[in-house]
Write a protein that binds this ligand. Structure first.
Ligand SMILES: NC(=O)c1ccc[n+]([C@@H]2O[C@H](COP(=O)([O-])OP(=O)(O)OC[C@H]3O[C@@H](n4cnc5c(N)ncnc54)[C@H](O)[C@@H]3O)[C@@H](O)[C@H]2O)c1
Length: 668
């Protein structure tokens, strides 16, 4: 399609003539059929709601088609209106626009729907099975048209993908304000999502799907690398290197597959059990897994060898994690780090395969004899915990990876509780990400080169590395290690070839690092050392953006982990300090009703205005969360916020006075 045809297609929005119906394309990965949850009256309402996007002349033809989509797929996606041009992160100048900021948003949302990036592109789902950019293709078409037409004196309002419209605002305001899945709290149970999403009035935006900030697997690889490196530091007397250290875990799936790549980047011997041969094959072909073993004795010998030679290597065991743990117990190999990433948030329907049954036997039993299958899963979890306990008694550090491992093991009767009812092992946020990263302000800062030129990305990598090298020289000892980890990551980033879709990079940085890196990019755009603008953002798994009591804020212990003030303040604060777009979501990662998370995007165009905005907004975006973590009495956050107050005299944060527990004894 030519440049001008692409422009005309965008500017047309909803077409004047009905496009021909599109056949269901079986070559594309499609979303599962959704629950049939609406009453007949509600189904009529869903179709009537969908028809609102189209002129009356189309209604007679579209009504039965939309009714059929609802019957067949449980949702109305309006497949016929899917555009014919490839949706991808083009150079920013290729998008028709009157506002460069709006064009940046077009680039980012196009990346989220790119076939190479999105999980179910025809259903507008980017990742996680239900993380939606829009609910239907009409919303996409209208939004792109608005973005192409709007000026810097307008703001586009999106309600869960629905473009409510353009409203007059001003140049300093965000160009887009996004909400996803915001519900009256009592209507936030999983079936409420099914019902209201089927009606076409809300959507699940996950964390970076509905905020247009997804950058493919790179984000999870970096987060996992940081987790593994910091887990190593929990080992007594460890100087931080993972050379010659063994990390055993399970899962080579969607997120868990990143463990293989991360183990190698971190310098460890990664050993990963995966029961599904297709999944192992994909990761092996992709080279995230170096070697695959079917025989446990051969694998054990290979682990010993790799450990002795301090190899950075990922070894997959094609089989059950329980069998692997039990073989390791017998072998007497010293394993330093252990975790688990089977999908135990979904234990009875394929998330966890019990020991003693083959993969096929399990698949049959879970459908035909679910009660018997449940017993196998629970017995297997008890065996798994027993083996892990032997290994932790021998000095291994084990953590729960936010996959409900300890929850389900405990329910299965495994011995995972301390006397006070808490778990014997920490979660990765409680012990690692919370105190070692989030409380100091380190989080998943990212940028996208809007020229879509890989050379620009290489230039920004070099600039970020130089900035980190400079910061390490004067950094306090508390954060030197984090800076060094990220320096290592950014130096290797290009050769690790993790770019899929837009020319994006992730880097865990704290407030000062984010600001200094952003400032240097803006200068480089001005000097034309970078060919196009740069878009800043982060995912929501961060210091300030997300209130999620079992994940991001699980290391908050003052009771406030069940409140969501921080996430709301985060986006409100970002929006009047210069964000180009802001978004706030219900759900994401851990589920609808379980988390509120906020994010932003910001265009750096080399202007002095961008300098002012980045200073103001990034400082708030990180320190808002540190202040809250400090008020929750987290020592690392108290350290970090005091340091921020020294650097910025206008910052005055209420600090907690810490009561001695002795004062409280005998009060109740
Ligand atoms: N990586 C992270 O940062 C992170 C953060 C929070 C939560 N999680 C959780 O981690 C879990 C995994 O996520 P995912 O996207 O990789 O899921 P996934 O379902 O794609 O992958 C899990 C893999 O485990 C395998 N498996 C199941 N039982 C097994 C067994 N007994 N032995 C060996 N292999 C087995 C499955 O075949 C599957 O490939 C989820 O519960 C997710 O919520 C991950």
């Amino acid at each position: 399609m030519s440049f001008s045809d692409f422009h005309s297609a965008i500017l047309q929005g909803i077409p004047d003539e009905l496009p021909a119906p599109k056949p269901f394309d079986t070559r594309v990965n499609h979303a599962p059929r959704r629950k049939d949850i609406l009453t007949p009256a509600e189904k009529k309402l869903a179709v009537k709601n969908a028809l609102r996007y189209f002129p009356e002349k189309f209604h007679a033809e579209l009504a039965p088609e939309f009714a059929q989509e609802l019957k067949d797929y449980g949702r109305i996606y309006m497949y016929r209106f899917r555009p014919d041009y490839p949706i991808t992160a083009r150079n920013i100048e290729a998008f028709p626009h009157r506002s460069r900021q709006a064009a940046a948003i077009m680039l980012m949302l196009s990346n989220n729907l790119d076939y190479a990036v999105a999980q179910h592109p025809h259903e507008l789902i980017t990742y996680g099975g239900n993380g939606a950019v829009f609910q239907n293709w009409a919303q996409y078409l209208i939004t792109m048209k608005y973005l192409a037409e709007m000026t810097d004196e307008q703001t586009l309002v999106l309600y869960s993908g629905h473009p409510m419209g353009l409203f007059p605002s001003h140049a300093e305001a965000p160009r887009v304000v996004v909400t996803n899945g915001m519900m009256i709290p009592n209507y936030s149970k999983p079936d409420d999502w099914e019902r209201f999403n089927a009606l076409g009035v809300t959507q699940y935006g996950q964390m970076t799907a509905g905020s247009f900030m997804y950058i493919g697997p790179q984000g999870i690889v970096h987060g996992t690398t940081i987790t593994v490196l910091n887990a190593g530091r929990r080992l007594p007397g460890n100087d931080g290197t993972l050379e010659g250290k063994v990390f055993v875990t399970s899962g080579l799936g969607g997120m868990s597959g990143a463990q293989a790549k991360a183990a190698v980047i971190a310098g460890a011997v990664g050993v990963l059990a995966e029961i599904n041969p297709k999944v192992t094959k994909i990761r092996h072909e992709q080279r995230w897994v170096d070697e695959v073993y079917h025989d446990l004795n051969t694998l054990i010998n290979r682990i010993k060898d790799a450990k002795n030679h301090k190899e950075a290597v990922s070894l997959a065991y094609q089989g059950n994690i329980v069998d692997l743990w039990e073989a390791l117990v017998k072998s007497n190999i010293h394993v330093e780090l252990g975790s688990d990433q089977t999908s135990l948030h979904n234990p009875w329907a394929g998330g966890y395969y019990p020991a003693g049954l083959s993969f096929d036997e399990s698949n049959q039993m879970m459908a035909r004899k679910p009660e018997e299958f449940k017993k196998h899963v629970q017995a297997s979890l008890v065996r798994q915990v027993n083996a892990i306990k032997t290994m932790t008694d021998r000095g291994m550090y084990f953590w729960d990876y936010g996959n409900a491992f300890l929850l389900e093991a405990g329910r299965a009767g495994a011995d995972v509780f301390k006397e006070d009812g808490t778990y014997i092992y920490p979660s990765y946020v409680q012990d690692i990400m919370g105190p070692m990263c989030f409380d100091y302000g380190f989080g998943p800062f990212r940028w996208v080169c809007a020229s879509s030129d890989p050379e620009d990305l290489r230039t920004t990598d070099r600039m970020a590395a130089e900035m980190l090298e400079d910061m390490i020289k004067t950094a306090p000892k508390e954060i030197k290690q984090q800076l060094a980890d990220n320096l290592l990551w950014i130096r290797q980033a290009d050769e690790n070839k993790l770019v899929v879709g837009s020319q994006a990079r992730i880097l865990y940085a704290e407030s000062e690092g984010r600001i200094r890196i952003a400032r240097s990019f803006n200068q480089a755009i001005r000097d034309k050392r970078i060919k196009g603008p740069v878009i800043l953002g982060r995912d929501h798994h961060d210091v300030s953006g997300t209130d999620s009591p079992y994940r991001e804020t699980s290391n908050i212990y003052d009771g406030s982990q069940f409140t969501a003030d921080m996430a709301i303040h985060n986006v409100i604060g970002d929006s009047f300090r210069g964000a180009t777009w802001v978004s706030i979501h219900n759900g994401g990662g851990v589920g609808w009703g379980e988390v509120i998370n906020g994010g932003f995007g910001m265009l750096l165009d080399g202007s002095p205005e961008a300098d002012r905005r980045l200073e103001s907004m990034l400082f708030w975006d990180v320190n808002n969360g540190i202040a809250r973590r400090s008020w929750a009495r987290n020592p690392e956050a108290i350290f970090a916020i005091k340091r921020a107050m020294e650097a910025e005299p206008r910052l005055k944060v209420t600090l907690p006075n810490i009561a001695d527990d002795k004062i409280l004894e005998g009060l109740f």
